[in-house]
Design a binder for this molecule. Structure first.
Ligand SMILES: [Zn+2]
Length: 281
């Protein structure tokens, strides 16, 4: 079971003092890393992400769960796990670990940028005073918490298989409050889940959730859709489309139009022309 590993509500006083006096950003970064490295207690995850399939990282069992709250995608967004809106935009502070190379960092930045240009989400560099933020780190697999957590949260993007546009978008969508396509409340209308083919320990990843589907249809092209054979114990399909049992899905390279529409509806983005807002390095 995955558990909450971060709570930055009680940052060391020295950090706050340094921030209040406007200490250089570099020192903030060092201190932040120090906190994460020495103070956070990473949990060993029973991750099933396939880090060997570099072209199509398998993203099942990639949701981290807090210890005290059982939060599920859209249901939690009705209870406070949405990121707050300020004016027309939703600002999400981010911090990218220094462990990534410039090239790897660029992939992550590009993934964040894709939200900035298509929705009212604005990923902005973390700064002192930002209480809630995402910390993108090279941990063990590709995973994220669902929705905003209190006081900072990891998104793990392992260098060995998670640095793809689709994977960055997938994990960020979790952090924004979205869950997998095949767990949505109306999934039985569109797919059959073949539990008999699923690895026993991973069956919980296929349990239906009372999601708010935001008036959007089930989307086989969603970047949040599992592959047909996700978590299969025998190579046979675990998800079958009712409209076409031979349909292959779960290989989206980027967010679908529905993925973007859901963000806009959940966060009540105004329809506006794409601007030139950029995510800085
Ligand atoms: Zn996922």
């Amino acid at each position: 079971m995955k558990t909450q590993i971060l709570n930055l509500n009680n940052w060391p006083r020295c950090i706050l003092v340094l921030c209040n006096f406007g200490f250089v950003e570099f020192l903030q970064i060092v201190l932040c890393n120090w906190y994460f490295i020495f103070s956070a207690k990473p949990i060993k995850y029973k991750t099933a992400d396939s880090m060997t399939k570099k072209e199509t990282a398998v993203l099942y069992d990639d949701i981290a769960k807090p210890k005290t709250l059982s939060r599920n995608a859209d249901p939690c967004t009705a209870k406070g796990c949405k990121w707050p809106k300020s004016g027309s935009y939703v600002y999400v502070p981010y911090f990218i670990s220094e462990s990534y190379s410039q090239k790897e960092r660029s992939i992550i930045i590009r993934g964040l940028q894709s939200f900035n240009v298509s929705t009212c989400i604005r990923f902005v560099p973390w700064k002192c005073g930002d209480r809630d933020f995402i910390y993108i780190e090279n941990k063990d697999g590709c995973w994220s918490y669902v929705g905003r957590q209190d006081g900072g949260q990891y998104i793990s993007l392992n260098k060995g298989g998670c640095l793809h546009q689709s994977v960055v978008q997938h994990e960020v969508l979790h952090a924004l409050g979205f869950n997998h396509e095949q767990v949505r409340s109306d999934r039985d209308t569109y797919v059959r889940i073949l539990f008999e083919n699923i690895l026993p320990d991973l069956k919980y990843n296929f349990e239906k959730i009372e999601t708010n589907n935001l008036g959007t249809p089930y989307d086989f092209n969603s970047v949040m859709e599992y592959r047909n054979d996700a978590a299969s114990k025998n190579g046979k399909p675990t998800i079958v489309a009712k409209c076409n049992p031979n349909l292959k899905f779960g290989n989206a390279k980027e967010m679908s139009a529905n993925d973007i529409l859901r963000i806009k509806r959940l966060y009540e983005c105004c329809e506006y022309p794409v601007d030139n807002y950029t995510v800085s390095n």
